[in-house]
Design a protein around this ligand. Structure first.
Ligand code: NAI
Ligand code: MG
Length: 356
């Protein structure tokens, strides 16, 4: 029996609702397979913990997480705690402390989902966006001086290193190579930003030599937004900086029908540390406690986690179950349905059990 240790961090808002759903589906998959076992420990960290202890996770948080094979994360953010406090207090320390430098965001139109683009159906949009997740615009490099005075100044410096850009580029080329179309788009803004972005382009050209079977092209990020909307079929794998890919992947999620279905993996490709899997969406205060959060993004990130853990069969089974249920029209209100989180979860677990 293969054993995988999972640290679950449900955190805030709808985070606990969708992680509970995700854990039910994972448990159903483990039972269905009979070949692997998930040992889950739930950590009560997040904004409530912060209000009690003044920190979002304890000082030895990373040391405790390090023993796990993967982290299953909900969402962090509360109406009465500033967003930069919650983000820099929990998610980013994990991503950066564990050097999860590849943020991988698959997007595709699931059956039963009506996407906002008129001429775009399932099959027309099947992308993976790779986001550099350790440096760039979110390196945390900057400062403020003369606070509150008229001459106040703030800097926010983007950091691009040859090591950082090369490793994400290699990851993206390898991922593109593993997909049927072997197609990669490298996104920058190298016309206006002459230093870091030009280095991206140069490194892309260097790395591409090791992947002669991958077709690749370059796009400026502003033009890329148009291409995503007007020619979604022309895109397969995409690599971009921390900021650019953050924005592009929200657009991708919207084009695929809902933020509620979009998953992401924060991956340490070298496997020195646990990788972290989470829905892209946040804690969604407006629907917290109503029982209507869409659990599909969390299921899908669970599938990414299983794949990372070497359980590719179970990952595929989970996505088949999700597609069967979404295709049947049993979906939450964000997708135009009337189902609750629990109804969707029960149906997915049932589909997992029922499949031969
Ligand atoms: P959000 O993603 O929480 O919500 C945006 C909109 O999408 C809301 O109308 C919400 O109801 C809807 N939505 C999101 N997830 C959904 C789901 N699973 N099912 C159905 N509808 C869903 O983004 P927002 O409102 O900008 O941020 C709320 C809080 O979440 C903030 O504190 C923010 O900092 C935090 N946040 C945390 C993230 C994380 O932990 N990775 C990511 C994004 C935001
Ligand atoms: Mg975002």
């Amino acid at each position: 029996m293969r054993k995988h240790a999972i640290a679950a961090i449900p955190a805030d808002g709808i985070g606990p609702e969708v992680i509970a759903a995700g854990l039910q589906a994972l448990e159903a998959l483990a039972r269905r397979s009979g070949e692997f076992e998930l040992k889950v420990e739930v950590f009560p960290w997040g904004s409530d913990y912060y209000k009690e202890h003044g920190v979002l996770m304890p000082e030895d948080g990373l040391a405790r997480l390090k023993a796990f094979d993967a982290i299953y994360f909900g969402a962090v953010g509360a109406p009465d705690v500033p967003d930069h406090v919650t983000l820099w207090g929990l998610r980013l320390p994990i991503c950066q402390g564990f050097d999860q430098y590849a943020n991988v965001r698959p997007t595709r139109i699931l059956p039963g989902v009506t996407p906002p683009l008129r001429d775009c159906g399932p099959g027309d949009l099947d992308w993976v966006i790779v986001r550099e997740n350790s440096e760039g615009e979110y390196a945390g490099h900057g400062g403020r001086a003369h606070r509150g005075l008229p001459e106040e100044v703030a800097t926010e410096t983007a950091i691009f290193t040859r090591v950082g850009v090369t490793r994400i580029m290699r990851y993206a080329f390898r991922l593109a190579q593993s997909r049927p179309r072997k197609l990669l788009t490298v996104v920058t803004k190298s016309n206006a930003q002459r230093f870091g972005m030009v280095m991206w382009d140069e490194i892309a050209a260097e790395v591409s030599k090791d992947f002669p079977d991958v077709t690749w092209d370059k796009m400026l990020v502003d033009a890329m937004t148009m291409r995503m909307v007007l020619k979604p079929q022309s895109i397969d794998t995409v690599v971009a900086t921390n900021l650019h890919a953050d924005i592009l992947s929200d657009l991708a999620a919207a084009l695929a029908g809902s933020l509620g279905v979009a998953p992401t993996g924060n991956i340490d490709p070298e496997r020195r540390f646990p990788s972290m899997f989470e829905p892209i969406h946040g804690s969604a205060f407006d629907i917290t406690g109503k029982g209507i959060a869409n659990p599909i993004a969390t299921f899908w990130s669970g599938a990414q986690m299983l794949e990372h853990l070497g359980e590719a069969e179970a990952a595929k089974r989970l996505m088949r179950a999700v597609e069967k249920v979404s295709g049947s029209g049993l979906v939450t209100p964000d997708l135009g349905g009337t189902a609750t989180t629990q109804q969707v979860t029960d149906a997915v677990c049932e589909a997992i059990r029922a499949e031969n």
